[in-house]
Design a binder for this molecule. Structure first.
Ligand code: SME
Length: 169
């Protein structure tokens, strides 16, 4: 039986991420499958924090197109062009983007109108190629900050340690 995902909504965020990272390491031990890892990380984060949407957009055409991957939450749009929206911006610029208020982010792509704030973290493979982005949407404004960036970047560092994908996943 798999362990239950703890409710970390009221835990100090840094402690919450440390706990999730430890669970992730145990759950993914011995695996090098990026899709299995994306599914596991999405489930951990989504249920621990009860976000609106938690999941991955995969690079299917390098420098051009992202496509939805494993996720939890309400329906996500299927394809996003590099440079468009928060996900496309994080992918094109290869950096974490934190959006405290999605309504004032130029070109924000609305999948769920309840979304108020968002964080998107780039995911690299062991060769430094962009593999995907991790996208989290909150129904609260100003839902994410530097502690989230650090915690999430530590979680997706798993891919840089274990994954080399010569063709897009
Ligand atoms: N809001 C994102 C699109 C993806 S969904 O939120 C799941 C964006 O602007 O890139």
């Amino acid at each position: 039986m798999e362990p239950a995902i703890p409710d970390l909504r009221t835990a100090p965020r840094a402690d919450a991420y440390a706990q999730l990272l430890a669970m992730q390491e145990l759950l993914l031990e011995g695996s090098d499958d990026p899709i299995a890892a994306m599914a596991t990380i999405s489930a951990l984060l989504h249920h621990a924090f009860t976000h609106l949407w938690t999941g991955f957009y995969r690079v299917v055409v390098p420098e051009q197109r992202l496509r939805v991957g494993p996720y939890q939450g309400s329906l996500g749009c299927l394809d996003i062009t590099f440079g468009r929206g928060v996900c496309g911006t994080a992918a094109a610029e290869r950096r974490t983007v934190i959006v405290p208020d999605v309504h004032v982010f130029p070109g924000h792509i609305t999948c769920d109108p309840r979304s108020q704030s968002e964080i998107v973290v780039p995911v690299f493979d062991s060769h430094g190629a962009l593999l995907a982005v991790l996208d989290i949407d909150s129904s609260q404004p100003n839902g994410f900050g530097d502690v989230d960036r650090e915690g999430l970047e530590a979680m997706v560092a798993w891919f840089a340690r274990t994954t080399y994908v010569p063709v897009p996943v």
